[in-house]
Write a protein that binds this ligand. Structure first.
Ligand code: 6PG
Length: 240
């Protein structure tokens, strides 16, 4: 089967009329998946992305009534900056998600102040490996360059972090489009999740996704690595 057929077959897309509508629907979807995991296993794990797109979804999810004290939240990726820094994904999650009902949730940061990015990634990897894996829910975003998580085109460790056999759960990566050095979950931790969501908004990203679903190397558009290797269909949530 061609990679493009795999990518096409491995996705389910839902389009919404607005970002606000999408945020509520996605919050319901994620809350239901977390509640089901809590019923099945007594706890649940969620990995979320940073950037601008997730803010409304985070706020909506933070108001959902589930047993948040049984949920552990972490990050799909992080910038090598302190939680007080405006570009920190930890800070974003604290300001928008870990509020209201969701303030009861546990949170596992990826960043640590001691060490260079590679050493911090190893520490974060140990913390992630101590969680009840696979993740119940992973929510991804995508850049207009076709990156997802911190799988950036031209990234220093792109081949390793998008290797389906990668044995380390968190690795560091540096890339022209990334700004700071990054810490990122590696491909296996993402594609093995119970629910994988790709949340994108805007016409530009819709066009980028259409290209990513077509033929071409994963290194050119690393979101393809997720589309090609996801163990469950990727739920694509789009709004204008
Ligand atoms: C990050 C993210 C990254 C993000 C995309 C889209 O830390 O930057 O986790 O993968 O999802 O860059 O970002 P926007 O939502 O800001 O377009």
């Amino acid at each position: 089967m061609r990679a493009t057929d795999v990518a096409q077959a491995n996705t389910r897309q839902t389009d919404f009329g607005s970002g606000a509508e999408l945020a509520e629907a996605l919050a319901d979807k994620v809350a239901d998946a977390l509640a089901a995991a809590i019923t099945a296993r007594g706890n649940a794990t969620l990995a979320v992305s940073g950037g601008n797109t997730p803010k409304a979804f985070f706020a909506a999810l933070s108001r959902r009534e589930i047993d948040w004290d049984r949920v552990t939240v972490t990050l799909v990726d992080e910038r090598m900056v302190a939680p007080s820094h405006e570009r920190s994904n930890h800070r974003l999650a604290s300001l928008f998600l870990l509020q209201n009902k969701a303030s009861e949730a546990g949170f596992v940061p990826l960043y640590h102040e001691n060490g260079d990015a590679a050493a911090v990634a190893e520490m974060a990897s140990e913390k992630i490996d101590a969680l009840a894996l696979p993740f119940d829910v992973v929510v991804l975003g995508m850049g207009t360059d076709g990156h997802t998580a911190s799988f950036f085109p031209g990234g220093s460790t792109l081949q390793a972090v998008t290797d389906p056999g990668c044995r380390q759960s968190v690795m560091s990566i540096e890339a022209p489009g990334a700004g700071e050095p990054r810490l990122t979950l590696t491909l296996p931790r993402i594609v093995e999740a119970g629910l994988i969501v790709l949340h994108i908004e805007g016409e530009a990203k819709k066009a980028v996704l259409a290209k990513a679903l077509g033929a071409g190397p994963e290194a050119e558009m690393p979101v393809r690595a997720v589309l090609h290797h996801a163990k469950t269909p990727v739920e694509i949530y789009w709004a204008p």
